[in-house]
Design a protein around this ligand. Structure first.
Ligand code: ADP
Ligand code: MG
Length: 697
């Protein structure tokens, strides 16, 4: 045996005993001369079946020609050649080999064969590849998180946009077809899709709703396990119920669903759905999904906080608006009080002068003008009070048509010339029991709303009608009671309202108008007034179709007493009765004293309650009547009246005030049996009131 052969045999023996190595010696004709045990095992052949065969016979021409031969040839030329690659073994499948070709010299120093030594490093190779793959994923995942962290949608807590970003990033990062984010309804009966991203369509959609009781196993699992990671979703017990209706039609095979937890409780789910061959999820992908679920949870929390803050700001703005209205009201009330006092003085003296003048006197017309203007001013003051919502509410039997007619002119001015206002009264309208100023308030509010709803030219109708509501009608309308009503309707052909607006119009502060224009108090006030008077209100409106507001006011079944406002008749005179007059404003005290004396009363004037008490104490004769202002320093009129009443149980009292009703009401003036006269009053008003009170038993 040549030295060479001896060496090769030794080499074979050695390599047989080293598990990792395979050895083959190939001659210049590419035939196997020697092979080791492991080599045989790789091809599942015996030594006899392989020795003498050529390499291409064993490996196939293609692999031999393209990969093996060029390398072998270099070894035959004397080079030690190393390479590594995947090889397909009939018995073992794909293996990764590290191969070295060593030229072997024969005894004549010629290269007649090559030793191929290969080592199977498949496991190492796979581990390396897995590691590389894991590193690649880790890099993607880190990038994804970083990308989300600097996304503007997160800073501004734009929830819908942020969720879209998340679902897209997740789809791209873990390479799944569909990523969706879902939110539970409060009672957990439904899961609503906030967003779903479909990778191939590059599209977001949302809005789908799943009923939790349709998929009990899934929801039970997500509630208890907080996550569902399945590689065979169509067969897994937790998700099999989704197979027919959902997974199979969409060809979803694997799912990676992570629960969104806020303070430990499940509020939603982030779902990844994989289409294609079943997929085994890597642990880093699972933990990535957990991180994503945490990010979504934080987003929900921030969003809730943001909404709470916005709500707070809105409330704050409303509060400011309400306060502004309140202070405007107070201001208006205060101004009205002052003007009332001045008007009382002006009108009082003017009437005196008028009485002293002959109608042929050139100044007679002038003084009539002064009185007329003064009276007009008192009406303006009343409107100011109506605006301030501070008028005294004193319902009385009245005729709705008359009230509407008295305010029509003002309404026409209010709505402007471009809008046509028509008035269609019921011919014999039933009486109602109402405070006329409240009807004014209703009409002003409804007409202003109608005006605001009309852009450019348009039409407003005001109508009254006697209406009998029967059982059948009322059973269809919540809150309506059968009976006789006077209907007041205000309709417009303006822009109308959506259902959403219509649902909210009676809410205080609800407005669709810009700040400064809308207060949202109009219809809520109207509603309050109508309810307070046992009426109903109904609004019909559709976008583009205009609006009709119908108010039903109960028929007041008693005869209307004619209210003698403008009765001719003479001013009733006094019969020398003693009147204790208390008023802290000097000018008013003087004019009223004058009026009373002219009427034939004996007047004890007092500038303060203390002075009044003092006067009363020292007046030897009985005092018939106390006329007192309500709001005074030291003691209010009501208190003073009580004190004097103890002393003179027969004394009658008239209260007067220029203050708006609510303030007077604070001073005990709401009782029905109280005699109250609102400043400014005409000399005649006062004279009539005094007679009425003195003649009461
Ligand atoms: P404001 O007029 O200050 O907004 P309201 O309580 O009077 O407050 O009205 C509330 C809302 O109802 C309005 O902002 C408007 O959106 C709606 N609305 C009321 N009346 C009408 C109407 N005639 N036509 C259309 N919308 C109306
Ligand atoms: Mg309004």
């Amino acid at each position: 045996m040549s030295k060479t052969n001896e060496f090769l045999n030794f080499f074979k023996l050695a390599s047989d005993s080293i598990e990792d190595y395979k050895l083959a010696v190939i001659d210049a004709n590419y035939r196997y001369k020697i092979v080791s045990q492991q080599y045989l095992e790789g091809y599942n052949l015996s030594e006899a079946e392989i020795i003498g065969k050529s390499v291409p016979e064993l490996m196939g021409n293609e692999l031999f020609g393209q990969v093996i031969k060029p390398k072998l040839d270099r070894a035959f030329k004397g080079e030690v050649f190393k390479f590594d690659d995947w090889f397909d073994f009939p018995a073992k499948g794909q293996r990764y080999l590290e191969v070295s070709y060593y030229p072997i010299l024969d005894d004549n120093q010629k290269i007649t064969s090559v030793a191929a030594v290969s080592r199977d490093i498949t496991e190492r190779k796979k581990a390396e590849e897995a590691l590389r793959e894991r590193e690649r994923r880790a890099k993607l995942q880190q990038t994804a998180i970083a990308q989300l962290a600097i996304d503007q949608a997160f800073f501004s807590v734009d929830l819908p946009l942020a969720l879209e970003r998340i679902s897209k990033v997740v789809s791209e990062t873990i390479e799944v077809e569909r990523t969706s984010i879902w939110y539970f309804s409060d009672d957990h009966s439904e899961l609503k899709c906030l967003t779903i991203y479909e990778k191939d369509k590059k599209l977001h959609s949302s809005g789908e709703i799943l009923k939790t009781d349709a998929f009990p196993s899934y929801f039970k699992a997500i509630k208890t396990e907080k996550r569902i990671y399945v590689n065979d979703a169509q067969n897994d017990s937790r998700t099999v119920e989704l197979t027919e209706s959902y997974l199979r039609p969409l060809e979803i095979t694997s799912m990676l669903d992570a629960g969104i937890l806020v303070e430990g409780s499940l509020v939603g789910v982030v779902c990844c759905e994989h289409i294609g061959p079943k997929r085994k999820w890597h642990s880093d992908e699972e933990s990535f999904m957990n991180s994503i679920a945490t990010i979504v949870a934080q987003l929900f929390v921030s969003n809730e906080r943001k909404q709470a803050e916005e709500e707070k700001e809105k409330l704050q703005a409303r509060f400011m608006q309400a306060q502004k209205m309140e202070s405007l009201g107070r201001l208006a009330g205060g101004v009205a009080h002052d003007i009332n006092n001045k008007l009382n003085v002006i009108l009082g003296y003017a009437e005196f002068i008028k009485e002293s003048l002959d109608e042929s006197d050139p100044n007679y017309d002038f003084i009539e003008e002064i009185i007329a203007s003064g009276k007009k001013s008192t009406k303006i003051v009343k409107q100011l009070l109506a605006f301030a919502r501070k008028q005294i509410i004193s319902p009385k039997a009245c005729n709705l048509n008359e009230i509407v007619e008295s305010i029509l002119k003002m309404l026409r001015k209010l709505i402007g010339e471009d809008i046509d206002l028509s008035w269609i009264p019921e011919s014999q309208v039933w009486p109602i029991k109402f405070d006329p100023t409240q009807i004014d308030q209703i009409l002003v509010n409804l007409c202003v709303n109608a005006r605001d709803a009309i852009s450019g030219v348009g039409k407003i109708n005001i109508e009254t009608e006697n209406i009998l509501l029967d059982e059948a009608y009322c059973s269809r309308k919540a809150g309506f009671l059968p009976g006789e009503y006077v209907m007041l309707s205000v309709s417009d052909n303006g822009e109308g309202m959506t259902k959403e607006t219509l649902d909210n119009i009676f809410e205080p502060f609800f407005t669709t108008k810009p700040v400064g224009i809308g207060t949202g108090l109009g219809l809520s006030t109207v509603y309050g007034i109508v309810k307070q008077n046992n009426g109903f209100i109904n609004v019909y409106s559709e976008p583009g179709e205009g609006t009709t507001v119908r108010i039903y006011l109960p028929h007041h079944a008693v005869e209307v007493r004619e209210i003698q406002t403008k009765s001719a008749g003479k001013i009733p005179k006094g019969h020398g009765e003693t009147v204790l007059l208390v008023e802290d404003e000097k000018a008013i005290l003087t004019i009223i004293k004058l009026i009373l004396e002219k009427l034939g009363y004996l007047v004890l004037p007092a500038g303060t309650p203390a002075e009044a008490i003092h006067l009363a104490k020292h007046h030897p004769e009985p005092i018939d009547l106390l006329i007192t202002d309500v709001i005074m320093p030291e003691m209010n009129g009501h208190h003073l009246a009580n004190k004097l009443n103890d002393r003179y149980p027969n004394i009658k009292t008239i209260f007067m005030s220029g203050y708006p009703g609510n303030i007077v009401a604070h001073h005990g003036m709401l009782d029905n049996d109280v005699n109250f006269i609102q400043k400014p009053f005409s000399n005649k008003d006062l004279a009539v009131m005094i007679r009425k009170v003195l003649e009461q038993s």
